[in-house]
Design a protein. Structure first.
Length: 134
């Protein structure tokens, strides 16, 4: 997703939710800003794998990042089995001197040694605030 920023922007602050929908077995998502990976998250709602979820914050020069992983719960997509619960990762990020636009890319990652396809996922509640000097 390309996000144009107003002229003179010195910092962009973003908040978004990455949602792993239904059954995940440590497959992941990688979030990149302007082509640079800044975050990798492994998801699972399976009771035997929940503790094995991993958040890898890569960040980088001019990028500050904070995350919060909610426990799996039914969010209204599919339900009836704990493995079908959905998992939400809240991402808050500040990008200093972002340029004229930000490009956000989410790339599915297979489970270690697993298949190349990823389960369903979504981005929700994307908020971008651009700051400039007076």
């Amino acid at each position: 997703r390309r996000i144009p920023l107003p002229e003179g922007t010195v910092q962009a602050t973003l908040r978004l939710d990455l949602i792993a929908i239904d059954d995940w077995a440590l497959e992941g998502l990688e979030l990149a800003v302007n082509g640079r990976p800044v975050l990798r998250q492994r998801f699972s709602s399976r009771p035997d794998l929940v503790e094995a979820q991993v958040t890898e914050v890569l960040g980088g020069d001019g990028i500050m990042l904070r995350t919060s992983l909610d426990p799996p719960k039914p969010l209204g997509f599919a339900h009836g089995d704990a493995a079908l619960d959905d998992t939400r990762l809240v991402v808050e990020m500040a990008v200093v001197t972002p340029g004229e636009e930000l490009t956000l890319t989410v790339t599915p990652l297979p489970a270690e040694g697993g298949e190349t396809s990823a389960p369903a996922w979504a981005v929700d509640n994307l908020i971008v605030v651009a700051a400039s000097l007076p």
